[in-house]
Design a protein around this ligand. Structure first.
Ligand code: JB2
Length: 214
């Protein structure tokens, strides 16, 4: 199986490193920016743009989403759909330093990065990221393409909707639900349910306007 990483920026570097630590060989990266072509990321070459993977035999190839930020444009989710339409399958990434409990379900392309803890019976949706040292306790449900940023903490039975970003160091107490397409700003403490597309910050977390995001 040949493994390629999509994107060659900050998040791609983190996933290449996790794959290397897992003993996997990464065959190359692809990036939309031609200035990156021919460069190396942790010793792995940036081969070209997305079209560089056209010749790959799909049943002998796995791709990894190296785009980190979900953002309003949902670039990460769009990349995932575009590659699925082209017939590619996504590898899951589990850094060897992560703790993954029993009865945990990781869907296609889920990423559990360095030092993360995913406790028993959690479900991590396709293409979702549990980033560096994030901790999600028992029975959490993380939606597709969601991003639990470094150091965020979710207590037990929390639900996070699709494409939602839980920012660096944010906390969600047990049993709360955060809707789809939402943003929980860095350091926020969520003690009530959060609606779809809401943007919240602070302790306790309250709605914010874009310019307050920091
Ligand atoms: O359609 C695309 C495409 N669009 C942008 N296809 C491919 N193959 N690559 C694409 N890119 C490339 O993704 C850009 O040209 C750029 O090189 C890369 C994104 O890199 P950047 O470092 O800007 O963002 P990132 O998503 O890797 O990392 C962000 O999110 C992480 C979670 C940063 O904020 C990091 O600090 C953060 N840890």
């Amino acid at each position: 199986m040949q493994v390629f990483v999509i994107g060659a920026g900050g998040h791609a570097k983190v996933v290449v490193d996790a794959l290397h630590r897992s003993g996997m060989t990464v065959h190359g990266l692809v990036d939309a920016d031609p200035r990156r072509h021919g460069s190396l990321v942790l010793g792995v070459p940036v081969l070209g743009g997305d079209e560089a993977l056209d010749p790959c035999e799909r049943n002998r190839t796995r791709v990894v989403n190296g785009l980190g930020a979900p953002g309003p444009a949902d670039l990460r989710a769009r990349i995932f759909s575009a590659y699925k339409s082209r017939g590619f399958a996504f590898a899951t990434v589990i850094d060897p330093s992560a703790v993954v409990g029993g009865d945990v379900l990781l869907e296609e392309g889920a990423q559990i990065l360095a030092g993360a803890v995913v406790q028993a019976s959690c479900r991590v949706g396709c293409d979702a990221i549990i980033n560096t040292r994030a901790a999600i306790d028992h029975d959490c449900r993380i939606g597709a393409h969601a991003h639990i940023a470094p150091g965020a903490v979710l207590s037990g039975s929390v639900r996070i909707g699709e494409r939602t970003l839980v920012g660096t160091g944010a906390t969600v107490i047990q049993g709360r639900q955060v809707g789809s397409g939402a943003l929980v700003a860095a350091g926020a403490v969520v003690i009530r349910d959060i609606a779809d597309a809401a943007r919240v910050a602070g302790n306790p977390a309250r709605p914010i306007r874009d310019r307050d995001r920091g």
